[in-house]
Design a protein around this ligand. Sequence first.
Ligand SMILES: Cc1ncc(C[n+]2csc(CCOP(=O)(O)OP(=O)(O)O)c2C)c(N)n1
Length: 359
Amino acid sequence: MLAPDGTRRPCPDLDRWVADVTPEQLRLMHRDMIATRRIDREGVALQRQGELGLWAPAEGQEGVQIGTAHALRRDDFAFISYREHGVAYARGAQPGDFVSIWRAEEHSSYDPYAIGVSNPQIIIGAQTLHAVGYAMGIQRDALHAAPGTRADQAAVSYFGDGASSQGDVHEAMVFAASFGAPVVFVCSNNQWAISEPVALQSRTPIVRRAAGYGMAARRIDGNDPFVCLAAMREALQRARTGGGPSLIEAVTYRIGPHTTSDDPTRYRSEAEVDAWRRRDPIARLEAYLRSMGELSDAQAQDAAALGERVATEMRAACLSMVTKAPLAIFDHVYAQPHSGIAREREQYRAYLRGFDDAE
Ligand SMILES: Cc1ncc(C[n+]2csc(CCOP(=O)(O)OP(=O)(O)O)c2C)c(N)n1
């Protein structure tokens, strides 16, 4: 829909899904993308300064994250991976939420039910199963819904090209298709699974796998936030109206390293990264808005200033975090007492006794 220079191109398949989008909605998307990038850069800086254990950069993937997240309804639920900072931000995560996990202070900071976003998943692909389970729950709730109540929520699972090789993802798609579950699978194909190129893992475009499950699918430009919004709206409407699951393969690129522990110069060329830098999703939406006369310098400055404020709050929250006693890590794993966790806590307590005052 938007060429890399921001030119609007007709897209007969999807145009109707964004026909009612206002310039204000696009400006909000632009603002969220800028904040996401700023959060991301602050995360990298904090890790490099020794304040975070790890960070998984999202730079370059703001288009798919914000474009699809803006299509969601408040009562939908997103199951994200460790890289979807933008989805969490767009749904209401607070600046401090982006650091507590990566500083190893909390298993989760925000209340997943409050913003409709799961804890970031580290186990590759597991969140596809969680999303399908949640979507099947929506179907069952609908059977008992009181008349007049809404029972057309949808679940969405974000995962990477590498995750698509996991057995979990296959099982999730089989169940989703068999049960017609209201779920959207968003595969952010950022070309690399750490050092493995997508071409090695998927001999055909990932989107084609959907046909084998009997699922609707689209392959879209993940660096075009506008088409991401349109394709997600289409897939969500399918989910809400009994049309079952969909797969969106959003073709994008990870500009940064896999995580702050990775050195991408060992497996990819600068020329490749440069080519993708020229397809920047933020610059693209900005160019489109400006070409329409819908983004003034003052509005762009406001968006940048908001990004700075979010980053400043994130850093302040990080630096003021009080480190808990090591055993506190077991406190909120389950709501109820759990014998397995109790056993692990005791084992860890015994281990800590080997250190002075560590408990
Ligand atoms: C089940 C499992 N296997 C292996 C890993 C180690 N691991 C962490 S990230 C990653 C690559 C994931 O690539 P992809 O799904 O393309 O997502 P991206 O990191 O590119 O966003 C791997 C193999 C893991 N976390 N979980």
